[in-house]
Write a protein that binds this ligand. Structure first.
Ligand code: PRX
Length: 694
């Protein structure tokens, strides 16, 4: 439970000035609200719900659930029977009831400095309504799944909210995923329509997204699943002749000078856009004729809102399903309290909308609060390593949310590029995605925030929908590297291997004992997998898959995944998924993948491959394997190390001892007990073949 008191020494505190205006201004206040949220969740969340628009009120229990597989089906229901529309609450309510029509919803900042635009709540509402009407004319109905594969542009937000407006279920696939991954996700969720773009730049690199999308659709077709419609946003080739078979010629426009920054904005060649008139339709043409009025579809609280795929330990990604009202209440509340949102804030989350962080804390949470956000298409190091801080100054960002991997990357360049920029607008800093090492925390705190800004280290998952362990910036004394305490409504426990709850300082499995509104409802199309993955090991608990320590002061410290999952740059990857990509190569007989600590990415991918008879290991084969994994999964899964492994350490029953492989990957000779190995001589051989550099 929450400790009575928290330490006053060896912790970091927000300034008294900051606390004065904060929503939750002290630890005592946090404790009081927390107890209410746990003892009477219905009353607590019912209070939050009052701020939202409901077409019809809920009837019956505010919350019902079962977390115990021995008692029947696992389910969570919040406000069942109430009807609402999340898009209405994010846009119409803000424009019409809160008078925020002229407030900026997004400052879009493109990959190229100087490429920028601003969109207000009213403009966003118009665009969403127009596009919702487009979707309707394309035959999309309530409950239909729509796949979205787009760069970080305003139209991505428009597409997702247009789906939500008509009750369609969006399934966004991160634009860094491969055609194969997109195909797998489209087929799993049986999407009837794909929304994509011609392409985009990541730094200097052109990503020809349409080619990848076409490839994915062809793959779907080959597997017997035809997606008949694809809407293409011309992000780079806007204005180019549309609908023609021949793509616009590559052209190079003169560079432009940006009025605001004085910087020269490079004009780059536009991508080749193959066009299939039977399937492809141009976004701009469709929108031109569409009305900007669109009555929302009133949805039940427990109707599906979106599917988002996350890696699963079997290798096949899981379609995590979130529903309308619980997700809305939870993302809105966590956003407001964890970032201590104030109406004049300019908030910036650097994640991509293709991940849950972008769903919850770029689109849904901020818009539900009527916040102004920065939406950034580019990279933290392009055109130089000062880009983040330049943007912070340009828009006077007050709340900034990023990943430890980005902090460690920028830390490598020292404090000079940071100090060149003022950053005096910053008030709260946040991190997400993986444990932050205390050294990176200190750098973030002292150099970026100049010891003025509390840091919220937010622990959560695609499955949790929003923050579950996190400091509240004014209330929680911070310890670098600890996600501190549970958010409202969240009841954590630490279990040992036998499923017993551990009290006081302890270490074990991190689980949750009761649902909060934002928890996932099922794995799309596979309730059995949902129950097996999260509820079977310890009946009565949601199992996160993370290890966790509780210290003497009651603080929670995430120790990392305890399943076969890797966290590379804050992105979860399953070892099985990478292994099955590797063994698709005809020269590979077997593969085993483990994580090796990496100073910037957190973990890197270390792959052991056993080659087929008669094949020899070479640099050429290594790069073929790297390319194969990129092609199958995407660039985020590119192996860092590939080692020739004539044999793998296996038990007599044939199970690979990954614990031994992890030690070999790190060059650690202390292997622990290896008496169960069938052939211990492979270990020495593997040490000799070790890759020392990536
Ligand atoms: O291992 C935990 C780690 O990221 C996992 C969830 O990954 P994903 O579903 O992709 O969502 C990432 C963004 C929410 C968790 O199981 N993780 C996330 N945040 C933290 C973290 N580990 C430690 N500290 C965090 N703050």
């Amino acid at each position: 439970m929450i400790p009575e008191t928290v330490p006053k020494e060896d912790v970091f505190l927000a300034s008294a000035e900051f606390c004065k205006t904060s929503h939750v201004s002290s630890f005592d206040k946090y404790k009081e609200l927390y107890m209410k949220s746990i003892e009477n969740p219905g009353e607590f969340w019912g209070g939050v719900a009052k701020d939202f628009f409901w077409k019809t009120k809920h009837c019956g229990d505010f919350l019902s659930y079962n977390f115990d597989v021995t008692k029947g089906e696992i389910f969570t229901k919040f406000m069942e029977g109430a009807t609402t529309n999340i898009c209405y609450n994010l846009l119409d309510r803000n424009v019409h009831e809160k008078n925020l029509g002229n407030k900026v919803a997004f400052f879009w900042e493109g990959n190229e400095p100087g490429d920028a635009l601003t969109i207000t709540y009213r403009e966003l509402l118009q665009k969403v309504c127009q596009f919702a009407n487009v979707l309707k004319t394309q035959g999309v109905k309530k409950g239909d799944r729509v796949s979205i594969y787009m760069p970080m542009v305003v139209e991505l937000v428009v597409a997702m909210l247009a789906c939500a407006r008509i009750g369609a279920v969006h399934s966004i696939v991160f634009a860094g995923f491969s055609a194969e991954s997109l195909c797998e996700r489209i087929m799993d969720s049986e999407c009837s329509l794909l929304i994509t773009a011609d392409g985009f730049y990541r730094g200097d690199k052109l990503i020809n997204l349409k080619l990848l999308a076409d490839d994915a659709l062809q793959k779907c077709k080959d597997k017997g699943f035809a997606v008949s419609r694809c809407i293409v946003l011309k992000h780079l080739s806007k204005g180019a002749e549309e609908g023609s078979q021949s793509p616009p010629a590559k052209r190079s426009c003169p560079d432009l000078q940006d009025n605001l920054t004085g910087r020269v904005k490079k004009r780059r060649p536009v991508p080749q856009v193959p066009w299939n008139p039977e399937v492809d339709q141009c976004w701009h043409t469709l929108v031109k004729g569409a009305s900007d009025q669109c009555e929302p579809e009133w949805c039940d609280s427990e109707d599906p809102l979106f599917i988002l795929y996350t890696s699963g330990s079997t290798g096949k990604p899981k379609g995590v399903l979130h529903t309308v009202s619980g997700y809305m209440l939870y993302t809105a509340t966590t956003f407001r309290l964890v970032f201590d949102y104030q109406p004049d804030d300019v908030y910036w989350c650097t994640a991509d909308i293709g991940w849950i962080t972008g769903h919850s804390y770029i689109t849904y949470g901020p818009l539900a609060n009527g916040a102004t956000s920065v939406l950034f298409e580019g990279l933290p190091t392009y055109p130089d390593v000062g880009r983040m801080w330049e943007i912070v100054d340009k828009y006077r960002v007050t709340k900034f949310y990023t990943a430890p991997t980005a902090i460690r990357l920028l830390m490598k360049y020292g404090s000079e590029p940071v100090k060149k920029h003022k950053r005096d607008s910053l008030k709260v800093l946040g991190t997400v995605g993986e444990p932050i090492n205390p050294e990176a925390w200190q750098w973030y705190y002292s150099v970026v925030g100049e010891k003025r800004c509390p840091i919220v280290d937010t622990f959560w998952q695609t499955e949790t929908g929003g923050h579950v362990l996190t400091p509240l910036p004014a209330a929680t004394p911070m310890k670098p590297g600890s996600a501190t305490f549970p958010f409202f409504g969240v009841l954590p426990a630490i279990l040992n291997e036998s499923g017993e709850e551990l009290e006081g300082p302890s270490e074990g499995y991190l689980v949750f004992k009761q649902p909060w509104p934002g928890i996932m409802r099922t794995v799309y199309g596979n309730q059995m997998r949902f129950e097996t993955t999260y509820f079977k090991k310890f009946p009565g608990y949601y199992v996160t898959g993370d290890g966790c320590k509780r210290d003497k002061d009651g603080y929670y410290w995430i120790t990392g995944r305890i399943d076969d999952m890797l966290n590379v740059s804050g992105h979860l990857l399953s070892t099985a998924e990478v292994e099955s990509a590797l063994v698709e190569h005809e020269c590979v007989a077997e593969a085993a993948v483990v994580g090796r600590p990496h100073p910037v990415k957190g973990e890197s991918l270390y792959c052991f491959v056993t080659l087929s008879e008669g094949v020899s290991f070479s640099g050429g084969l290594e790069s073929e394997l790297r390319n194969l994994v990129r092609e199958k999964i995407g660039a985020i899964a590119t192996p860092d190390y590939i080692q020739n492994a004539p044999g793998l350490p296996k038990t007599r029953s044939g199970k690979i001892m990954r614990r031994v492989l992890r030690k070999i990957a790190c060059g650690e000779r202390e292997l622990g007990d290896i008496s169960t190995l069938a052939d211990s001589s492979v270990v020495e051989q593997l040490f000799q073949n070790r890759c020392c550099t990536a």
